[in-house]
Write a protein that binds this ligand. Structure first.
Ligand code: ATP
Ligand code: MG
Ligand code: ZN
Length: 561
């Protein structure tokens, strides 16, 4: 058997492969059972693992998210309802973080929650992505961590309640209820959500003396936090928007700045990762880097692991200690990749998942002292030893000569200060990257898709969107408008012999089929728009019902501008 991964370079074209895939799955089960048995028998004979048969494998569904570990490619999203999660483990400096870097080259949004320093950050900058951290000296823009549904925003603010302070569960619930109500009230009154505003609400909490005490204590904590991280919060970067646009974002926790606040921030970031999964409505990849550092906030990993499947958001969790993750987190991950492990207990856990002998995971059992080598096991892929390519060394940004004068009298000689724009010390605050040309979405990278894409034009003027439960918001990019023909009302184009409605066709290619019996509602109210994030499937009745409400909401919004 040979490996034929080249077939995966092609973009899938619908469901014609489904039958082949089912046949392939059956074959895989047989092979997996056979090869799995063979590999166990092989014992310590590492390189004697038979090659994996992937001939005939075709990804399913309109979205194909390849995760390449050595010569094994795993479609993280075989169907829109069954998302595959990946757990990457291994001891320090073996190449775990390196193995996820190629995900940043895919034309799809990537959100990385990094709970510690990481090489992923540099990769993200290289591809024009944004890196947020809670250190105001390093981060020149504000991240919207207070926005979104008050249900999530309030949860985020109490997620990191310290264990030492009483009964966390009850305390969290009480403080959260007060914050939730407070946020709803702020929204109604048009008061901007901020840490200090939330603090003020908590200070005023009435009722139960115990609740009042908890809330005041938490208010003081938020007040202190506001001083430390306040400047890094704001409206410049909204994670939901960023994922809808297919951007790359790393949110990195800087615990050096104030270790006491690290649990708070880890919890806040993980809750917001979940919020983005819930609200984005488009597939993207969530990476949780150094998940072992989540500490108290570990409980927030399990809903992420479970929720991804329903929302088309695959999660890749990287950690040195797989065994330390709650078992309900581990159990929701279909793909296991383990690099060498120093710790015996870790080896036992990883070996069990991989159906290997623990000794096979010793550093000394791998080539190259274990750097860059790992075992992978996935549905349809029996345990396979692979070598993950080292990423080519990051190009150093050229040194810029700023000619700053440093502490010398104006008449004296000017001293040159050399700074590097990226990496190292951020003497210069990184600016947000210039807007790129919009990437062709994966689903439209076909000949018909590219033809249609060429006739869609982004207006670039901010436009309002309205939804009965989400309310009103603005899209700064504007609509994606069809410049071709219409049937007098709807945008039309021909695909082969068929005449199709453009926005519906685009939606089907990029997001997936519109459920039977439902129509697509334009949240932007522009019937020529084919931006799939402006579209929502709903019944015709609901669609018509929304129309006058949308018009009224738009009129009010435009009058207020
Ligand atoms: N395939 C490879 N071949 C050679 N060197 C590699 C390879 N992959 C990674 N490295 C190097 O090994 C070192 C560790 O890589 P990386 O940071 O990805 O490891 P890690 O397992 O995430 O470590 P940590 O647990 O400390 O975060 C880096 O210097 C990297 O350049
Ligand atoms: Mg790492
Ligand atoms: Zn639109």
């Amino acid at each position: 058997v040979t490996i034929d991964w080249t077939a995966l370079d092609r973009i899938p074209n619908g469901h014609t492969w489904a039958a082949g895939f089912v046949a392939f799955l059956l074959l895989c089960f047989v092979l997996a059972a056979f090869l799995g048995g063979a590999s166990r028998k092989a014992g310590a004979e590492l390189n004697g693992l038979p090659p994996v048969n992937t001939r005939g494998y075709r990804p399913r569904g309109p979205v194909f998210i390849p995760f390449e570990v050595g010569n094994v490619t795993i479609d993280l999203q075989p169907t829109l309802t069954e998302t595959i999660h990946v757990l990457v483990g291994g001891t320090s400096r073996t190449g775990k973080s390196t193995s996820v870097l190629p995900l940043f080259d895919l034309p799809i949004g990537v959100l990385c929650i990094a709970l510690d320093v990481t090489p992923i950050e540099e990769k993200c900058r290289q591809v024009g992505g944004k890196v947020w951290t809670n250190d105001p000296a390093e981060c020149a823009f504000g991240l919207n961590l207070l926005g979104g549904a008050s249900m999530f925003a309030s949860e985020g603010l109490v997620a990191g309640f310290p264990k030492s302070e009483g009964n966390i569960g009850d305390w969290q619930r009480s403080a959260r209820e007060v914050i939730w109500d407070g946020m709803d009230a702020m929204d109604k009154m048009g008061i901007e959500r901020s840490l200090s505003a939330v603090g003020a609400v908590l200070m005023q909490a009435t009722g139960d003396a115990e609740v009042g005490r908890i809330c005041r204590s938490w208010a003081r904590k938020l007040g202190n936090l506001d001083r430390i991280i306040g400047p890094t919060l704001g409206y410049d970067l909204d994670l939901v928007d960023a994922m809808r646009r297919g951007e790359k974002v790393v949110c990195r926790l800087n615990r050096f700045l104030s270790p006491d606040d690290a649990p708070f921030l880890a919890g806040l970031l993980l809750v917001h990762a979940r919020r983005v999964m819930q609200e984005a409505g488009v597939p993207f990849i969530l990476i949780i880097e150094e998940a072992g550092q989540a500490a108290l906030a570990q409980g927030h990993l399990s809903p992420i692991a479970q929720a991804g499947a329903a929302r088309g958001v695959p999660a890749v969790v990287v950690t040195q200690n797989m065994s330390k993750l709650p078992v309900e987190v581990r159990n929701n991950f279909h793909v296991t990749a383990s690099f060498a492990q120093e710790d015996k207990h870790e080896r036992d856990v990883a070996a069990d998942r991989l159906e290997l002998h623990p000794d096979q995971l010793r550093r000394s059992a791998f080539p190259d002292k274990g750097v860059g080598w790992c075992y992978v096991r996935a549905p349809g892929v029996p345990t396979t030893l692979v070598h993950v390519k080292a990423q080519r060394p990051a190009k150093r940004a050229p040194a810029i000569n700023l000619n700053l004068s440093v502490g010398t009298p104006p008449t004296g000689p000017r001293r040159s200060v050399i700074v590097r724009e990226m990496g190292g010390l951020h003497l210069v605050r990184p600016a947000l990257p210039a807007p790129k040309r919009e990437a062709v979405p994966l689903g439209l990278q076909t000949s018909d898709g590219l033809r249609i894409w060429g006739r869609l034009k982004r207006t670039g003027r901010r436009c309002p969107l309205w939804h009965p439960t989400r309310g009103l918001w603005w899209d700064e990019q504007g609509c994606l408008v069809w410049t071709g023909g219409t049937n007098g009302k709807r945008p039309k184009s021909s695909i082969g012999p068929r005449s199709v409605t453009v926005y519906k066709w685009v939606y089907e290619q990029v997001v997936g089929p519109v459920p039977a019996g439902l129509t697509l509602d334009h949240l932007c109210g522009n019937v020529l728009c084919a931006d799939w994030t402006h579209l929502e499937p709903c019944t015709l009745e609901e669609n018509n019902h929304r129309e006058p409400f949308r018009k009224a909401a738009f009129a009010a919004a435009l009058a207020a501008v």
